[in-house]
Ligand binder design. Sequence first.
Ligand code: ATP
Ligand code: MG
Length: 139
Amino acid sequence: MTERTLSMIKPDGVSKNVIGDVIRRFEAANLKVIAIQMRTLTKKEAEGFYAVHRERGFFSSLVTFMSSGPLVALVLEGEGAILKNRSLMGATDPKQAEAGSIRADLAGSIEENIVHGSDSKESADFEIPYFFSQLALNG
Ligand code: ATP
Ligand code: MG
């Protein structure tokens, strides 16, 4: 099934200069970039995005990290895009991530792990409109 998923290249990925490396992996896996935006989130915006994690011990550190500099939000479209993106990303902790995955190759820690990806259709349906208006999704 053709799906859409929300990806982010987090502030560590932007500062490490690997935007192109990450997008190349998406394209090589047949995921199409249909919308793209660079911005720096306020703390409030980062809190709203990660609201499902607000009770977790790492929440305030995560929000500080995610609002620390520019990130790139993307909408990826393709066959099975949600799971395909998760598998390209690798496990949350780069030490556990599959060889050849984005996090195994590029991430420094469980928090600064280069990319985000929607983990379900329900998450994608919340996360895509968090960044992109209907009009931005026509491409
Ligand atoms: P994401 O939601 O960013 O795609 P994920 O689904 O692999 O990542 P989640 O469990 O949803 O992982 O955690 C969200 C983010 O919170 C992680 O990507 C990471 O940046 C941070 N995080 C998760 N677990 C920890 C932890 N134990 N310590 C510090 N930060 C963490
Ligand atoms: Mg998650």
